[in-house]
Write a protein that binds this ligand. Structure first.
Ligand SMILES: Nc1nc(=O)c2c([nH]1)NC[C@@H]1CN(c3ccc(C(=O)N[C@@H](CCC(=O)O)C(=O)O)cc3)C=[N+]21
Length: 289
């Protein structure tokens, strides 16, 4: 293996330490409201990890665990209450939701200034137009990783495989802002490998286990694996790590790559949201208008 292993756990730790320092500079502790609906085991694990790191960073854990059969209306009401609660600076509605609920219309209820997942339409529009706002956590974690390893983005050809609202699209905008030349591939792309082989920075975010093999990678390229799949052999990504690591110049592992960054950036967003509230004169104590 020749590639540098990009250590997401280590970079995430640095981001969390930075975030914890920023918390101490605020007049009041930010509060993160994680909203978990039902008892999906994977979601429960992710949410408990978010809550643990939230407390470790000196923020308030304002978790809400709601029954899996909650109505659309009741969940919407809960979100409105969190919007109105001055202690809550960030709201994270854990996805996926149970099937009877309509996720997009619920996400639309979240106050964009508390949208620490960066998933509301306003946050997406702000990102697309380069206006200040909260950015989705996984894409900003990818940028943070590239920066931590001093991988040049400006002028590089970045190929994003996947066009999801959660990762592919926002990451495309973040890379464009940093002056990359960006190509977006998806399930209808013809001869995917011929496109991905042009990438200086290859981002695999298609949700297909092992999609990217060694033939799809230019020697020396940086490969970022956003995929996460639970298999009988443990966690796997969209990249066939064992073979691609012989071709790539740098590569993220799964686990220990992008995953830990997602949580670190959530905490960072919660501080960013709190600082913006503070600058707007709306302190968590609710005394200022
Ligand atoms: N509203 C919402 N926002 C999210 O950001 C969100 C979500 N819903 N639903 C689920 C996905 C998934 N996600 C991950 C977070 C951390 C790891 C992570 O820490 N992964 C570890 C391994 C942890 C494990 O063992 O599963 C790693 O890759 O090293 C992975 C995936 C956030 N998501």
């Amino acid at each position: 293996m020749t590639a540098t292993i990009i250590d997401g756990k280590a970079v995430a730790r640095l981001v969390r330490e930075r975030t914890a320092r920023e918390v101490t500079e605020l007049p009041d502790a930010p509060g993160l409201a994680t909203v978990l609906v039902g008892d999906d085991p994977a979601s429960a694990v992710y949410v408990s990890s978010k809550r643990k790191h939230c407390v470790q960073a000196g923020m308030r854990d304002l978790h809400q665990h709601l029954p899996g059969d909650i109505s659309q209306r009741a969940l919407a009401t809960t979100l409105e209450e969190l919007n109105a609660d001055p202690r809550v600076t960030g709201i994270l509605l854990q996805l996926p939701l149970p099937e009877h609920l309509d996720a997009p219309s619920l996400i639309a209820r979240i106050d964009p200034d508390k949208d620490v997942d960066g998933l509301t339409t306003l946050s997406a529009g702000r990102l697309a137009q380069g206006a200040p706002g909260l950015r989705p956590c996984t894409p900003s974690g990818v940028i943070e990783l590239l920066d931590a390893y001093q991988i040049p983005i400006e002028g590089a050809h970045a190929v994003v495989v996947g066009r999801s609202e959660l990762v592919g699209k926002p990451l495309t905008h973040l890379l464009l802002r940093r002056n990359a030349t960006v190509t977006v591939c998806h399930s209808r792309t013809r001869d995917l490998a011929s496109v991905t082989r042009q990438a200086d920075i290859l981002i695999a975010a298609a949700g297909v286990p092992g999609l990217v093999g060694p033939d799809a990678v230019k020697p020396g390229a940086t490969v970022i694996d956003v995929g996460i799949h639970r298999t009988d052999d443990g966690l796997r990504g969209d990249v066939d790590f064992a073979t691609v690591a012989d071709v790539a110049g740098a590569i993220t592992p799964v686990p220990g790559g992008v995953g830990p960054m997602t949580i670190a950036m959530l905490l960072q967003n919660t501080v960013t949201a709190a600082a913006a509230r503070c600058a707007a004169g709306r302190f968590a104590s609710g005394v200022a208008s």
